[in-house]
Ligand binder design. Sequence first.
Ligand SMILES: NC(=O)c1ccc[n+]([C@@H]2O[C@H](COP(=O)([O-])OP(=O)(O)OC[C@H]3O[C@@H](n4cnc5c(N)ncnc54)[C@H](OP(=O)(O)O)[C@@H]3O)[C@@H](O)[C@H]2O)c1
Length: 326
Amino acid sequence: MSECITHVPVRKLNTGAVMPAIGLGTFGSDKYTPEQISAAVAGAIKAGYRMLDCASVYQNEDQIGEVLSALFAEGAVKREDLFITSKVWNDQHREVKKACLKSLDDLKLSYIDLYFVHWPFPNYHAPGCDGDSRNPDSKPFSVDEFMDTWRQCEELVDLGLVKAIGMSNMTVSKLEQVLPLCKIRPAALELECHPSFQQQELCEYAQKRNIVPIGFCPIGSPSRPERDRCEDDVVDMQLPEVISVANAHNIHPALVCIKWAVQRGLCTIPFSVKEAQYISNLKCTTEDPLTESEMRSLDGAERNCRLVKGQVFLWPGATDWKQLWE
Ligand SMILES: NC(=O)c1ccc[n+]([C@@H]2O[C@H](COP(=O)([O-])OP(=O)(O)OC[C@H]3O[C@@H](n4cnc5c(N)ncnc54)[C@H](OP(=O)(O)O)[C@@H]3O)[C@@H](O)[C@H]2O)c1
């Protein structure tokens, strides 16, 4: 590897902290092993990545922790120069501190920069389950239950275990119900976001309230698990609007998706274990921006195509995944 990429755009959080506008996703989609992912984390940090999007349910925080410890020991990077997220999984909403301490232990860190409630439901499904699996204990969204979980997250900030807290997989309607009840408001909102699923309303809602949107599946998650694939799903990298901009810049369509996300003011967290991919993903945020008219032409790529529908979290009696997103 030749260079370490610097001058990556950043986002300022409502806590005052600064977060890079691009990080490395670490969900292996049941396809890539923890060893492949942790090796990519090491390579990515050496290439200049300073943000990692982790979660306990990705089942690789332990291996990522090993890599981070080695990087700190060899002086490749300092802890304070990294921005690391993690998330409490759905079966731990009643014991958030325990979940956070486990992530800290696995990641071998003394604090997490941004800790998310991964889903707003306490509905558990086993990692790697298939799309038809349902848990009979699943329940619809409850403000009281969610706020109980959020209070525990607020406590983590008070204890210094996490620097900021965030929500994920929310909707405007759910945010309207919970934001007025927060003692500590979320610093960021993780949401699915790519050209064919732009979530303009939710992004604007968050940005107006000083909550940074962090877009997941930014490239359209071409390697996502089988349970998240449907016949009608759109392939972002094949959309004519995306290809036309890619051709104009002589770049891969994946990089158009990343530039578009960053230029919309989001933070974006593309995943890759392939060195050439993760380096080009980072580098593209530092050079050759899209023009205003290209940004407007990409508005036209919207197809309302949600990829992570979440059907495995449906509760008894609920039949349509859209009920999760009301
Ligand atoms: N909060 C949540 O509920 C939630 C949900 C989903 C994801 N996430 C986070 O978001 C991250 C990213 O989402 P994702 O992994 O589903 O989707 P993604 O980043 O849109 O897609 C990743 C895939 O895109 C391909 N790719 C990456 N860079 C490329 C490039 N430069 N050129 C061509 N292809 C490229 C790779 O495919 P190949 O491997 O086939 O080469 C890679 O596996 C996750 O890792 C996770 O951290 C969070």
